[in-house]
Write a protein that binds this ligand. Structure first.
Ligand SMILES: [Zn+2]
Length: 399
């Protein structure tokens, strides 16, 4: 099937397909479900289409990483109580995490969503203190107070308190820029709003790196139509779309974060999800102009691995500023982030081998878009840095 035919198939089945699927009630993924009747293209629902690659190419199994891993981006705990991270809940059992970590050569997991106040102390006690060296906990801003008078000072003090309690970094969710609104006017609060300047300075002077998630995939800012490369993902999660309404565009959000990095040169920023994984020329330009900028690769090997030659050059060039991360958490609704051995093996295969055209997530249908990836075959020197050395330096752990 050529590209034109494929587009015709996909487009025509979006509407008709879902109805047909419901009517047929054939078990999903059943072998030979269509046996005995002629397959009519127009009746094949997109969500049941699971093409299997016929390529005869090497398939390398990488059960353990070549060098010890620091997973810089995981969610073992989450905010409890209406999204306010003053209290946290555990989404994964630390003992189960340890079992996977030992099998997969993961030295340390960084739990970025550690909350603040009593919640933070709870997370640090059960992870970082109880299992020294294996878990690191970051703190989070008290967004709920952001419209209060005196917030700037309060937040800077809160950072001091978190540091005292043992927090090793600050996590900023995409909340900033896309969800946090002024009390009253409901206007979105800008990422570079000066009320946060004291906070950025406080973490910088305490040598706590900022793990900052800004914006989202570019397709999330476009209409959910047949031209959208992440149509299935957005169709499954329509609330992930930032198209329309009063949301700023992707580039505007990225530039606002750039202003923050420019204004706070002594603070180290780790821009999560490769900052803007579809646009490596732009990310490169940002890295070149901001020496305090770093990136993680969490949940974006699907983007990096479909531009493997560009990505390989990117890794070679910025080998001191890329950290390993997965965005791993419990749950199965986003298989590209489901914590477990299968997830890590895909990352290792992507970074270490030159295998071609394999799945970027442990799922029957690629969850972030219908493509497959190629491995980068990084050198030992680059692997050593990306797997652990860069993160160790940023967090202040022994190499
Ligand atoms: Zn995350």
């Amino acid at each position: 099937m050529n590209r034109r035919q494929w587009m015709a198939l996909s487009a025509s089945t979006f509407a008709a397909g879902r109805r047909a699927a419901a009517a047929e009630q054939a078990p999903q993924g059943a072998q030979g479900g269509n046996a005995g009747r002629p397959l009519q293209d127009a009746a094949l629902p997109l969500e049941r289409y699971e093409p299997r690659s016929m390529l005869h190419v090497p398939e390398t199994h990488v059960p353990r990483s070549r060098f010890p891993v620091i997973d810089f981006h995981t969610h073992i705990t989450f905010a409890a109580g209406g999204g306010n991270p003053a209290a946290i809940r555990f989404s994964m059992d630390p003992a189960n995490c340890l079992a996977v970590m030992d099998r997969k050569n993961i030295r340390t997991m960084v739990n970025v969503t550690g909350g603040y106040g009593a919640g933070l102390r709870d997370a640090i006690g059960k992870l970082q203190t109880a299992l020294t060296g294996r878990f690191i906990v970051f703190t989070e801003p008290a967004w709920i107070r952001a419209s209060d008078a005196g917030y700037s000072k309060f937040q800077a003090d809160q950072i001091e308190d978190a540091h005292q309690a043992g927090a090793k970094g600050l996590k900023v969710l995409k909340t900033l820029g896309l969800f946090l609104r002024e009390q009253g006017s409901q206007k979105l609060v800008r990422i570079d709003d000066p009320r946060f300047d004291l906070m950025w300075e406080a973490v910088g002077s305490l040598k706590m790196p900022v793990a900052i998630h800004t914006s989202d995939p570019e397709a999330f800012f476009l209409p959910i139509d047949r031209f959208n490369e992440r149509w299935e993902e957005l169709h499954a999660h329509p609330d992930w779309s930032f198209h329309g309404k009063d949301f700023p565009g992707n580039r505007e959000l990225q530039e606002a974060r750039r202003n923050v990095m420019r204004r706070h040169p002594r603070t180290q920023f780790v821009c999560l999800h490769v900052a803007n994984a579809e646009d490596l020329p732009y990310v490169s330009e940002c890295l070149d102009s901001h020496p305090n900028m770093n990136v993680d690769i969490a949940a974006r090997i699907g983007e990096l691995g479909r531009q493997p030659r560009t990505a390989r050059k990117f890794f070679d060039r910025y080998q001191d500023r890329i950290v390993f991360g997965t965005d791993a958490s419990a749950g199965t609704s986003t298989p590209q982030q489901t914590f477990g051995g299968a997830l890590y093996e895909i990352y290792y295969r992507f970074l270490e081998t030159e295998d071609e055209y394999f799945d970027y997530a442990p799922a029957p249908i690629p969850p972030q878009g219908r493509w497959r990836i190629c491995g980068l075959g990084l050198s030992e020197q680059v692997l050593r840095k990306v797997y652990g050395e860069n993160a160790a330096r940023l967090i202040g752990l022994p190499a």
